[in-house]
Ligand binder design. Structure first.
Ligand SMILES: O=P(O)(O)OC[C@H]1O[C@@H](O)[C@H](O)[C@@H](O)[C@@H]1O
Length: 297
């Protein structure tokens, strides 16, 4: 059975390899597990809530219509951190392809978290497409402005928690030479380091990262994850380290920061603005590839 639906979730299993699967919770349309040949690729907190009581700590939460906490926009500033998509139950729209197994989920104001749509009274339709390849996972988003008169202004981000062996032996490549905004220091600079390494809390936004660049997560010299992007110019790199993990009730075990790194492709440095009736789309592709160092142009 390549697609199985339960009340809570949808599970896709690859037809030629049943050890390759993806679990998508209807709450937030959150991918919370992706196994490739039996090996889990994503990090999920052991205290993550999968019952719809709060956004999932781990997997791939979806961030829309605002990244972080907005303080200036009349409506977006009323929403909680990271918006309303991860706190709403999406509709399973069905399977759209047998092989690679592909499923779609939809969200519109009528079914979104009513407490939050009250604060942000906009018209929109989101369609998430999850495609499980034999050796990749693609998550694609289409945003439509369904209003006949108002512009739709939003951020989008795939908040992907990658599973790693050991944060201190991990490097993230191909971001060298990019302009970066450090959310902790509240400063912008150009990152001249050939690779990103970790030895403290990290919360940075790389801007205008060329779509040609495949971002690679490297463990002791070996590529373990490759992230490709379409129409997502910004990349957030986040690891909460010791203190911040301690402060998050749903982050367990407390040493879990050593086994995770969030590399989050998005459109967050500025907003996407869609005229009435218009659509915007983007995707992230998680795969494995040979280690490739892409020089600074
Ligand atoms: O705790 P949340 O709302 O899931 O956010 C987790 C992190 O998400 C990251 O995307 C942000 O850059 C961080 O600032 C934030 O702490």
């Amino acid at each position: 059975m390549p697609v199985r639906e339960t009340e809570r979730e949808v599970v896709l299993t690859h037809p030629t390899d049943d050890t390759t699967s993806v679990h998508i919770l209807k709450y937030g349309a959150t991918v919370y597990s992706w196994k490739l040949k039996s090996e889990e690729q994503l990090w999920l907190s052991t205290a993550a809530k999968l019952d719809g009581s709060k956004p999932v700590r781990g997997g791939i939460p979806l961030v829309f219509p605002v990244f972080g906490k907005n303080e200036t926009d009349e409506y977006l500033s009323k929403l909680p951190q990271h918006g309303l998509a991860r706190n709403s139950t999406w509709e399973f729209l069905g399977q759209t392809k047998e092989n690679p197994p592909t499923a779609q989920f939809g969200l519109k104001p009528e079914i979104s978290n009513p407490e939050l749509t009250k604060l942000w009274p906009m018209d929109f339709l989101l369609i998430l497409t999850v495609e499980l390849g034999p050796d990749y996972l693609k998550t694609a988003i289409e945003v439509e402005n369904t209003s006949s008169s108002k512009e739709l202004k939003f951020n989008w981000l795939f908040h992907t928690y990658f599973r790693i062996e050991d944060i201190e032996g991990t490097m993230v490549s191909n971001l060298a030479g990019m302009k970066v905004y450090d959310q902790l220091l509240k400063e912008s600079y150009v990152d001249k380091h050939p690779v990103v390494t970790f030895n403290e809390e990290t919360d940075v936004i790389y801007q205008n990262v060329s779509p040609e660049r495949a971002i690679q997560i490297v463990d002791k010299g070996v590529q373990i994850h490759t992230l490709k992007r379409y129409n997502l110019p910004d990349t957030v790199v986040w690891n909460p380290w010791v203190e911040k993990s301690r402060g998050m009730a749903d982050f367990e075990p407390k040493t879990g920061y050593q086994q995770m790194i969030c590399i989050e492709p998005g459109h967050v440095h500025d907003f996407v603005t869609l005229a009435p009736g218009k659509k915007w789309d983007a995707y992230q592709l998680l795969c494995k590839e040979e280690l490739k160092y892409q020089a600074i142009q």
